[in-house]
Write a protein of this length. Sequence first.
Length: 125
Amino acid sequence: MGHVTHDRCVVMVGMPYPNIKSPELQEKMAYLDQTLPRTQGQAPPGKVLVENLCMKAVNQSIGRAIRHQRDFASIVFLDHRYARPPVLAKLPAWIRDRVEVKATFGPAFAALRKFHREKAQPCLP
């Protein structure tokens, strides 16, 4: 009996930060820094904007591979910054709760193989 798979994988290489030298973004950052209060222990509002724009792009990319509730895809974050708690906190809970951090290629590849084997659907005659 064969298996039908529609395996999808999103690979995020680095983090898609916006161009902070953009005059428009610099103006927005300056405005936020001047008008919003800075909370003790938190980044300036302008920096938070940049981080949120980055994570919005990450979440949109992930969402392109998963189209409905029973759909699946593997998501590979190729940057150590994705393992940091402030970054993980900006991922949707349904992804954040399933993140597995692997330090090297071998264990990461083994986890990907296992994930896709478990998701493979047997062909019906």
